[in-house]
Write a protein that binds this ligand. Structure first.
Ligand code: CMP
Length: 229
């Protein structure tokens, strides 16, 4: 088992306010896993008794419906946690986790998690905070998907990725590897609608378009579209 540096771990919201002794104990308990793009950490419906901490790389959390259409729930980056829901409620995995950029991920199993929480209850509070934050984000997303027109939905999808620091910073904004199909799956629109809206956003100077990528140039402008300002 390889170890991850405590300084790195301490940056995860799971360890906010946890004394360094607690972070060191967590470090002993973690199992390091290395993934290549395209590999799944787990699939929706699997049983699972571990949560995962991303040291580096990027993980896509998604659902595929019976027509093989994918809904991306989130892209998660270094420092973020996933898999906490099955750890907490013992139900099957609620979504599939697929690695999209080479990743080093650490698993924390239920028994070790409890050992840690008994000594450092702050860890459980931090996990509750992470779940509360995701619920807020989902409530907002439900509102957008229910009430917004296509433009609002596409603006929201791009902003969500932007805030999760998806892709890479450029001098003009942030370049996010995305096809129009992927934008459509994130926004819950057809591919044709996503393409039409992206064309409008390009004309408005909100985004730029490259090969299989979208560059967000004006996040404040996208927010104006979302909130009809
Ligand atoms: P779990 O159900 O164990 O496995 C799938 C994981 O995806 C889930 O835990 C969460 O960690 C994560 N997840 C599920 N829904 C969302 C969401 N809407 N946003 C971010 N992460 C999510």
């Amino acid at each position: 088992m390889m170890k991850v540096g405590p300084a790195h771990l301490a940056q995860s919201p799971l360890f906010d306010g946890v004394p360094s002794e607690g972070v060191e104990i967590a470090e002993q308990a973690l199992r390091m896993l290395v993934f290549e793009p395209g590999q799944t950490v787990f699939e929706a419906g699997d049983r699972g008794h571990a949560l995962y901490l991303i040291e580096s790389g990027r993980v896509k959390i998604s659902h595929t419906n019976l027509d093989d259409r994918e809904k991306v729930l989130a892209y998660l980056n270094a420092g973020e946690v996933f898999g906490e829901m099955s750890l907490v409620d013992d139900a099957p995995r609620s979504a599939t986790a697929t690695v999209v950029e080479p990743a080093v991920i650490h698993a924390l199993y239920l028994e070790e998690y409890w050992g840690l929480v008994r000594r450092f209850p702050q860890v459980a509070h931090n996990l509750a905070r992470i779940i509360a934050h995701r619920l807020r984000e989902m409530n907002h997303e439900v509102e957008v998907l229910t009430f917004e027109e296509a433009r609002g939905k596409v603006a929201y999808a791009l902003l969500k990725l932007y805030r999760h620091r998806y892709g890479e910073a450029t001098p003009r904004g942030r370049r996010m590897p995305l096809t129009h199909r992927e934008v459509a799956d994130l926004a819950g629109t057809s591919r044709e609608t996503a393409t039409r809206v992206l064309g409008q956003f390009i004309e408005m100077g909100l985004v730029g378009s490259g090969s299989r990528a979208i560059e967000v140039l004006d996040p404040a402008g996208l927010e104006n579209v979302l909130y009809d300002l």
